[in-house]
Unconditional design. Structure first.
Length: 378
């Protein structure tokens, strides 16, 4: 118990996710680990053919086709093409590193959404940027003139947010983009969980371009499909962004695997049929399993009733997440404490856990039953 608590107090969320990778009761990381659908299994059966295609087709064509299939699936018809094309990265965290290294050449401070996954503040701080917390309530409904502080060079928002699932509406994004233009501040969006929530499928790029603001968007394919973490992160930016993004990109990588680009195109095409709706139904059932299993546990509640993303926060009432996490760890069950999500004030997350929902339902039920037992014992 002491060893687990010490590890929890010093680890970041990715380190805690790594602990869980070999457990059958891993509900920690937000990656897609559910079973393949029938359509997805057919794609896996085609892997030799896809490999041959990737070996002979020009990379530019593969990248163009993968981008088009993915962005159109997400309702993003106005994504950049032409002189500033979308950059393909190994992962969204690589795109984040490129953005951070670009930002620090022009500014020393970023206003970052709070709470959010802790690798974002870690990456931004890692290049020397000072962070100003941007709370969700004023971001979504407050006075935007005060939401955008005068001493930052970038506003960074995750939408849908991880772990809360909150989504910027079209109207609010337009207002925020207009304010960023007025103050000449870069607006950066991380939309890695976009695929789970149709409320975020309006064309963000059309809104951003119409505003005239300087903007950057990070997209991710890795949360959607159970491809054993074969994925791409996508980095899009406006022509007027004023950041050395292409140069920093070239400092870090040449490009991504053409084979993975071919795989992304096929999975996006499958999702454009009934695949995305099936995924939404699967996640909704996973959320129902969590909520019904824990519904009668004293003190437990669910702070994000409208969330549709593939994670679910559980408010533990008076219980400390460190104690619950440690007890789960002894049972080889892994979830994430919410303390680290609250990067500016960890105490705000001291009474909640995050549960990953993109799991086979049998495994999820088993993990949540163990969580129920731990909660009833505390």
């Amino acid at each position: 118990m002491i060893e687990s608590t010490l590890r929890l107090s010093t680890a970041n969320l990715t380190e805690l996710e790594h602990l869980a990778l070999n457990s059958e009761l891993n509900v920690a990381d937000g990656h897609a680990r559910q079973q393949l659908s029938e359509g997805q299994q057919r794609i896996i059966d085609e892997l030799p053919t896809l490999f041959e295609k990737a070996a002979v087709q020009p990379v530019a064509d593969l990248e163009r086709d993968a981008h088009r299939a993915f962005f159109h699936l997400m309702g993003q018809q106005s994504y950049p093409i032409g002189p500033n094309p979308v950059l393909s990265c190994y992962a969204s965290s690589v795109a984040m590193e490129i953005l951070a290294r670009s930002l620090v050449t022009k500014t020393d401070a970023v206003a970052l959404i709070h709470p959010t996954f802790d690798n974002i503040p870690d990456i931004l701080r890692g290049v020397g940027l000072r962070l100003v917390p941007l709370e969700e309530d004023p971001l979504h409904a407050g006075d935007l003139s005060s939401v955008v502080p005068p001493d930052v060079g970038c506003i960074f928002v995750t939408t849908p947010n991880n772990p809360t699932g909150r989504v910027l509406t079209r109207e609010r994004l337009a207002e925020l983009a207009a304010e960023c233009r007025r103050k000449d501040v870069v607006l950066a969006l991380d939309t890695s969980f976009r695929g789970f929530d149709t409320r975020s499928h309006y064309d963000h790029y059309a809104v951003l371009e119409a505003s005239g603001c300087r903007w950057v968007v990070i997209e991710d394919t890795g949360k959607l499909w159970p491809t054993l973490d074969l994925k791409v992160g996508l980095l899009a930016y406006s022509e007027n962004v004023g950041l050395p993004i292409p140069k920093i990109y070239s400092d870090i990588l040449l490009g991504v695997s053409p084979f993975i680009l071919a795989l992304v195109e096929r999975f996006a095409e499958d999702a454009a049929g009934d695949g995305l709706a099936d995924l939404h139904a699967f996640v909704a059932e996973s959320r129902r399993i969590v909520r019904t299993t824990l519904a009668d546990v004293p003190g437990v509640s669910f702070p994000d009733p409208d969330s549709r993303v593939s994670v679910e926060r559980v408010d533990l009432g008076g219980r400390r997440c460190a104690d619950v996490w440690s007890a789960l760890h002894e049972r080889q069950v892994y979830a994430l404490p919410c303390t680290q999500f609250h990067w500016a004030d960890p105490s705000l997350g001291d009474r909640s856990l995050r549960i990953a929902l993109a799991r086979p339902h049998t495994s999820l039920r088993a993990a949540v039953r163990e969580l129920r037992a731990v909660l009833l014992a505390h």
